[in-house]
Design a protein around this ligand. Structure first.
Ligand code: AP5
Length: 215
């Protein structure tokens, strides 16, 4: 099964993917995580992506699709499918993804649209903390770690993403409305779109998505 998670920044795509991927044996592919790892390594690709990511703009389609194709080929066959988080983000990326999957004899089965209110996503993003070591996600109010600043899973240091400040979040939201929202119609017209209310708690979002995937 191949799934796309759609929704505004902070809707909870990474959280939901983390909760579902093992149950369905899916490879979780997050373009945001891949880009941040490249930036950390200071690879040519990371350096090219840095200014876009830090300002909340979109990294060029061609570069992101290249990354996705390489990752899909690497993971193909190792799992029962892919769960895409943060990709596609433009209609061009959505059509490119179809081509990438078609080459492997696969296709997107379902796109989960995680609808979330603007005030809720701002609260989630400004309070988000991420483990530097294992990538586990926390929130200072919604999901605090047991010891402040320390990951429950691996004792790694928790940090705040550079793009999780109010100014950049505003930009990410407008980029989302302009470029990513049209993808909702792309999947709707193919009969693949399913919607969940992502304002609810993480467990409820996970249960509703399970019902969709098993329905
Ligand atoms: P990316 O990392 O994909 O960021 P994003 O889409 O803005 O999404 P987020 O990771 O911020 O949020 P999320 O929905 O995963 O929420 P999370 O689960 O973490 O991309 C970053 C940048 O990379 C982009 O701006 C762009 O520059 C570039 N980029 C990436 N992909 C690209 C592409 N395809 N094309 C071009 N450029 C690209 O949750 C957030 C917080 O809320 C957490 O603290 C969590 O604990 C909490 N939370 C989650 N769910 C719930 C819930 N249901 N209830 C309460 N709290 C919750």
């Amino acid at each position: 099964m191949n799934i796309v998670l759609l929704g505004p920044p902070g809707a909870g795509k990474g959280t939901l993917a983390g909760n579902l991927k093992d149950d369905y044996s899916l490879s979780h592919i997050s373009t945001g995580d891949i880009l941040r790892a490249e930036m950390k390594k200071e690879s040519a690709l990371g350096l090219e992506a840095k200014s876009f990511v830090e300002s909340g703009g979109l990294v060029p389609d061609e570069l992101v699709t290249r990354l996705i194709e390489a990752k899909c080929q690497e993971d193909n066959g190792a799992t029962k499918g892919f769960m895409f988080d943060g990709f596609p983000r433009t209609v061009t990326q959505a059509t490119d993804l179809d081509v990438v999957l078609e080459k492997m004899g696969q296709a997107i089965d379902v796109a989960i649209y995680m609808e979330a209110s603007a005030d809720i996503v701002v609260q989630r993003l400004t309070g988000r903390r991420v483990c530097r070591q294992c990538g586990a996600l926390y929130h200072v109010v919604n999901k605090p770690s047991k010891v402040e600043g320390v990951c429950d899973e691996c004792s790694g240091e928790l940090y705040q993403r550079a793009d999780d400040n109010e100014e950049t979040i505003k930009n990410r939201m407008s980029v989302y409305v302009e470029n990513t929202k049209p993808i909702i119609d792309f999947y709707k017209s193919q009969g693949k779109l399913k919607q969940v209310n992502a304002d609810n708690g993480a467990q409820d979002v996970c249960e509703k998505t399970n019902q969709i995937l098993n329905g």
